[in-house]
Design a protein around this ligand. Structure first.
Ligand code: DGL
Length: 269
């Protein structure tokens, strides 16, 4: 059994604050591990941008994590997973494992044998057809019907802190109406930001199992590390970087004290 002498953090990144849910879950599941978060709050939302721009941003965020010697990367963003995952892989050394958010959510569908599911996400994620493709790739023994809905207003609403605003429930109800009529058994929150609206979504679809893509991905990362030897230092460090510091709710979402620092890279120094 080899113990590493230098503690390397697990890196997590997202276009904004959505990935904090995955970070919180990781902090809970892996109390010994150092964690490093990057939220690109200066350029959020990614979901309405071109694939080329998302690829460029995703690679810049990845380099930021690599420069800080992360040992594992959780891409806590469905939009990046949908259009830029292969490009992230291209710049990451093979020794560093990358976990995305789409496969773990589909794992839940397969495990629970759901036959009618809904997927909500950004316009880019939904247009990419990534969830349908991942489901096809698994060759299920029974047909799985997938109802998708792009919800482009939801990321800005969440970044603005409007989760409990009266207008938000009306918007979410409108977005979910076709999925509600389809009588799905489960709904994938195919955007990590949407966890912040889980209560509202559950109120509209009380009998539907909500699958949180960020939290499910965090569980997969945790499984990879729980089977590995513990590292030397019992002290853990959680670092949180944002490319724009106007977002002051990160602390509140995490539920534990963390210093939020300004990320210096690309056009953000
Ligand atoms: N949290 C990101 C996702 O999972 C939001 C993307 C965006 O910035 O629009 O897709």
């Amino acid at each position: 059994m080899t113990l590493s002498t230098k503690k390397q953090p697990i890196g997590v990144f997202d276009s904004g604050i959505g990935g904090l849910i995955a970070l919180r879950k990781l902090a809970e599941l892996l109390p010994e591990e150092d964690l490093l978060y990057l939220g690109d709050t200066a350029r959020v939302p990614y979901g309405n941008r071109s694939a080329q721009t998302i690829i460029q941003y995703a690679q810049e965020c990845t380099r930021f994590l690599l420069d800080r010697s992360v040992k594992h990367i959780l891409v806590a963003c469905n939009t990046i997973t949908a259009v830029a995952l292969g490009h992230v892989r291209q710049i990451v050394p093979p020794a560093i494992r990358i976990i995305d958010v789409i496969q773990p959510a589909v794992d839940v569908v397969m495990r629970e044998k759901y036959q009618r599911i809904g997927v909500i996400g950004t316009r880019t994620t939904i247009q990419s057809g990534s969830y349908e493709l991942e489901i096809q790739r698994r060759h299920s023994e029974y047909p799985i019907t997938v109802h998708t809905q792009a919800c482009p207003l939801l990321v800005p609403i969440i970044e603005e802190g409007w989760e409990t605003h009266v207008a938000t429930e009306a918007i979410v109800t409108t977005y979910l109406s076709a999925i509600q009529q389809a009588g799905v058994q489960a709904l994938i929150l195919g955007c990590t930001h949407y966890s912040f609206l889980a209560k509202t979504i559950q109120k509209i679809l009380p009998d539907v199992h909500l699958i949180d893509s960020g939290a499910e991905a965090a569980k997969v990362v945790a499984q990879n590390f729980l089977t590995q030897p513990l590292q030397v230092s019992p002290e853990r460090k959680i670092e949180c970087y944002l490319t724009d510091l106007t977002q002051d709710r990160a602390q509140q979402f995490l539920g534990f004290p963390v210093v939020i620092q300004k990320a210096e890279f690309g056009g953000f120094s």
